[in-house]
Design a protein around this ligand. Structure first.
Ligand SMILES: *[C@@H]1O[C@H](CO)[C@@H](O)[C@H](O)[C@H]1NC(C)=O
Ligand SMILES: *[C@@H]1O[C@H](CO)[C@@H](O)[C@H](O)[C@H]1NC(C)=O
Length: 146
C-alpha cells in the first residue's frame, strides 16, 4: 500500500502542533539556594537530585550555602528534592523545587525565581519574598531504626 491514512496524518499533525506549542513558551530559569544555618559549627550534609540529575554530595560548614541553576523542562515536570543530614544523624528529605500548575505558593515565596532555603536546628525554612521572613516548612525526622 504505502498511502498514509487520514488517521496517521491526524496523529502527525497533533504531535507536531503539541511540540510547537510547548516550544513557544519560554522556559523559566530558577536558582535554588540551600544554606547551613545550624548552630555550634555543625556541618550539614546535602544531596539534591532530580529525575535526570544528581547534584552530588555536599558538606556545608555553618553559614555556607549550596546553590544551582536550571531551566524547567518543556513538559513542566521538573522536580528537585534534597536529602539533608545533621551530625547527630537526624535526616530530612524535602522537595526543593517543583513546577506549580494550580497553586502559587512556591512562586510567591521565590519571587524573582530564587528560592532561599535555610536549614536550622529544628528544621528547614523557606524565605518568603513577600514578607522577607523565613517561614518554617519541615521538621527533622529521626533516623530510621538500625
Ligand atoms: C535570596 O537570596 C539572595 C541572596 O543570596 C537575594 O538576592 C534574593 O533576593 C533572595 N530571594 C528571595 C526570594 O528571598
Ligand atoms: C519581592 O521582594 C522585593 C524586594 O523586597 C520586592 O520589591 C517585590 O515586590 C517582592 N515581590 C513580591 C511578589 O512581594
Amino acid at each position: 500500500m504505502g498511502a498514509i491514512s487520514f488517521k496517521d496524518q491526524l496523529l502527525v499533525f497533533l504531535v507536531v502542533s503539541t511540540l510547537a506549542l510547548a516550544h513557544s513558551k519560554p522556559l523559566s530559569s530558577w536558582e535554588i539556594h540551600i544554606k547551613n544555618g545550624l548552630s555550634n559549627g555543625q556541618a550539614l550534609f546535602v544531596q539534591c537530585k532530580s529525575k535526570d540529575s544528581d547534584l552530588g554530595k555536599q558538606t556545608l560548614s555553618t553559614g555556607a550555602e549550596f546553590k544551582w541553576n536550571f531551566k524547567v523542562n518543556i513538559w513542566d515536570t521538573t522536580l528537585f528534592w534534597c536529602y539533608l543530614r545533621k551530625p547527630n544523624g537526624h535526616e530530612l528529605k524535602f522537595d526543593a523545587f517543583w513546577v506549580e500548575k494550580k497553586t502559587e505558593w512556591l512562586r510567591v515565596k521565590c519571587d524573582g525565581n530564587i528560592c532561599n532555603w535555610t536549614v536550622e536546628d529544628n528544621g528547614i525554612y523557606l524565605k518568603d519574598n513577600s514578607t522577607n521572613e523565613d517561614e518554617f516548612i519541615h521538621y527533622w525526622k529521626f533516623p530510621a531504626t538500625k
